[in-house]
Design a protein around this ligand. Structure first.
Ligand code: 13P
Length: 259
């Protein structure tokens, strides 16, 4: 029997908003969202590390339902890794969701599938939820290699992860050519790839796990295209970059049911 999957919409702020701006943004977002929104959709924000403690304080003191996220972490627990932040450090700040293997980390900072797999395990091992990212370049899509690329990233990312953990995870499909370009995948293309990803998970980890795992689409998601994306059967949410920086715009995305 199909498991009802609660949608999850996540704001990846990337390297934007200092801690003052972060507090303002979260307060405004909280003001714009009501109880029903939170009942219908999980909402997480993923600020830079330097903002997390500040927004945690505001979120917890006002009992906000916004979930605290991070954009990355290192896979080791602690030690001589200058400049890195560990999963236990994030868990201590009540971070619940950590983006892992974003294409910007892979392309700009050289993260490999193996690094991504270790990070997935570190996040799960600290009782947080990884948002495992995958997606192809334009060149790969045009050469007909999109599915092979995504399948490889998913299989490598999930290698050795227990079935129960897979079911609890979030996967984000973000075609690289749609990120920050204003060029969204058509809802049909996005649906096709998200259905393909669910099939890959079913094959590798079991049908029940595939039915439970939540799959987000990311890449130029805006208030104007979210409803159509969310209407697709295998799209369970969105990973939003630019449009998550403005609380009004992000709230309008979370409230896609009202459009
Ligand atoms: P944009 O929404 O700005 O295209 O970014 C998508 C993204 O990379 C989210 O992780």
């Amino acid at each position: 029997m199909a498991t009802p999957r609660k949608p999850i919409i996540s704001g990846n702020w990337k390297m934007n908003h200092n801690h003052f701006e972060a507090i303002q943004c979260v307060q405004k977002l909280h003001y714009r969202l009501d109880v029903d929104d939170h009942e219908n959709v999980d909402v997480s924000v993923h600020p830079p590390f330097t903002d997390i403690r500040s927004i945690q304080t505001v979120i917890e003191s006002d009992k906000m339902k916004i979930l605290i996220g991070a954009q990355n972490c290192y896979f080791e627990q602690k030690g001589a890794f200058t400049g890195e932040v560990s999963a236990p450090m994030l868990a201590k700040l009540n971070v619940t969701h950590v983006i892992v293997g974003h294409s910007e980390r892979r392309e700009i900072f050289g993260e490999t599938d193996e690094d991504v797999n270790k990070k997935v395990k570190a996040v799960l091992g600290n009782e947080m939820t990884p948002i495992l990212c995958c997606g192809e370049t334009l060149e790969e899509r045009e050469a007909g290699r999109a599915e092979a690329k995504v399948e490889g990233q998913i299989l490598a990312g999930l290698a050795g992860v227990t079935k129960a953990h897979v079911a609890s995870m979030v996967i984000a499909y973000e075609p690289i050519w749609a990120i920050g370009t204003g060029r969204t995948a058509t809802s049909e293309d996005a649906q096709n790839m998200c259905a393909f990803i669910r099939g890959v998970v079913a094959e590798a980890c079991g049908a029940e796990q595939a039915e439970a795992v939540r799959i987000q689409y990311g890449g130029s998601v805006k208030p104007g295209n979210i409803a159509e994306l969310m209407a697709q059967p295998d799209i369970d949410g969105a990973l939003v970059g630019g449009a998550s920086l403005e609380a009004d715009e992000f709230a309008a995305i979370v409230q896609y049911r009202n459009h």
